[in-house]
Every structure is written in C-alpha cells, then in structure tokens.
Design a binder for this molecule. Sequence first.
Ligand code: ATP
Length: 290
Amino acid sequence: MIELTGLTKTFGHHRAVDDLTFTAPSGRVTGFLGPNGAGKSTALRMVCGLARPDAGSSTIDGVRFTDIPRPGRVVGVMLDAAAQHPGRTGDEVLRLAAMTVGVPASTVEPMLARVGLTGAGRKRVGQYSLGMRQRLGIAAALIGDPQVLILDEPANGLDPQGIHWMRGLLEDFAEAGGTVLLSSHLLTEVQAIADRIVVLHRGRLVMEGDADSLRGEAERQTVEATDTAALVAALDQAGVTHSGARDGLLVDAPAQTIGELAVAHRLVLTRLEPSGGDLESRFLELTRAA
Ligand SMILES: Nc1ncnc2c1ncn2[C@@H]1O[C@H](COP(=O)(O)OP(=O)(O)OP(=O)(O)O)[C@@H](O)[C@H]1O
C-alpha cells in the first residue's frame, strides 16, 4: 500500500503539490490522473524519495521510501522511460537493473519475454519505438520482483494493443496482491488500465474513488419519455431529484429505479442511459471546478 499524507511541494511561489492525501491500496491498480502540470510527477518523485516534501509524508507498506533497506526489491519504479541510454541494448539495460537490485542476470531473458520484447534485447534502445521503451522501462521496474509498482505515464506511446497488454500485466500484478500506482494525463488511458482513480488538479486532490464512481453511472441517468410532464410528476412523487437537460432529464437514480417507476406509472420511456457516458466532460468538469 502507498500512503500520501498532506504531501506538499513548492517551487518558488508555485505550489506544485498542495496538501495531497490519498492511498493506493494493495491488490488494486490506482490511476493518478491530472492535466499536464497538475503535479503528478512531482508527487511521484516525492514518494520515491527523489524530491523532498516541504510538508507531509509518504510511505510504502508503512515505511518511507528512503528507509527501505533494499528498495529495488520492494518497489519497482519507472519515472521516465525516455531516460534510458540510447547506446545501450535492451539486454544491457536490464542486466544493469538486475545488478543494481541484486538479482541474477538469468532473470533478464524471461523478463524480456514477459514484456513482449523477445528478440529485441540485442537492439540498441536508440532504435526502440517509444512503446518499446515503455515496455523496457516496465521490465526494469519489475526485475527485482517488487510488491509495489510506481509508473509515471507508462502508457505514453503505447498503441491500443499495448495498452491492452499493460492492463493484463498490471491486473495480474495486483491480483497477486501487488500495489500499482500509475500516472497519466489521459482519462481514456487511466480508464483502460486502472480500477481506482485519483484525480489531481493544480496540485490538489479533486477526486479519489473507484473508476466507476468517476463515471457516476450508477446514480445518474439521462431519461426521455413520450410524456415528459407525467415522468416529472412520477419522479417528484417518488422523491427522486432531477434536473432538466437540453436533451432529456438528468435523473439522480439507478436505471432500475427509473424503469420500475415507469412501469408503475405506465410511462413509455424513449431513452434511459447513464449520464456519465461522456467521461471526458466529467473529468473536465472536475478539474475546472477545482
Ligand atoms: N524542479 C522544478 N522547478 C520548478 N518548477 C517545477 C519543477 N518541477 C516541476 N515544476 C512545476 O511544478 C508543476 C507540476 O509539475 P509536474 O511535472 O509535477 O506535473 P505533471 O502533472 O507531472 O505534468 P506532466 O504530465 O506535464 O509531467 C508545473 O507547473 C511545473 O512547471
């Protein structure tokens, strides 16, 4: 489990991370989402002991990163996949990583296979695509067989198959009890990979919860009926709150409740769909409101 408590970092007059508190539990893939410049990288760097917080603290399984005796065996970190030396081969990058965390070189070949880079180990990183570098970065993070993974923008440069692959890999990791915290500035990416989402805006937390709750699907529907006035009367009578939208009523109730009301009042519904379908606008709404 990764825990951030009141984490704060100021550069000059700019507060990049502002009293940030959230948890990335074990067994889950937590997506750390926010527009460019929201402070994600700064927060992750503090969690990994690479930047000093001005206030607050963070722990990994209850211990500060800098106090973990062999961090490479506990936490796999990928903060910048593009930072790998372009003149080294993939094989060399992983051998060095293996040596650094104290695992045998025999782990390199199977790890290349695990991230889908079999056969690419002898190529220089400079010849890798961005997606291949991401895979290599993830391999380096995994080489010490850690229980926790911290990945900054790992899906950057991955094609849809690559994103699907990463989802599977991280899901398996979490299912085995691991903790994953990954950042992204793209909602679609986070949605495709993470099952828990933390949203950051201007250094502040604006939402933390299950991926579904960001959608708000369960609670709010867009509803249309042949007789709108009768629908409004039925909702009012049942005490269900609603608001008018240009195209349909926004009703604060699960779809089943609305369906049951429609049956009871002999209403013909012409539309009943989750209002959070447009996730991008929900995300924009959250970040704008902050
Ligand atoms: N070393 C630094 N010195 C001064 N300002 C910095 C430093 N590092 C980050 N910042 C500023 O802090 C803010 C947050 O940056 P950060 O890189 O953490 O955001 P981010 O959410 O990771 O964005 P991106 O996805 O673009 O990397 C930005 O305004 C950035 O310019």
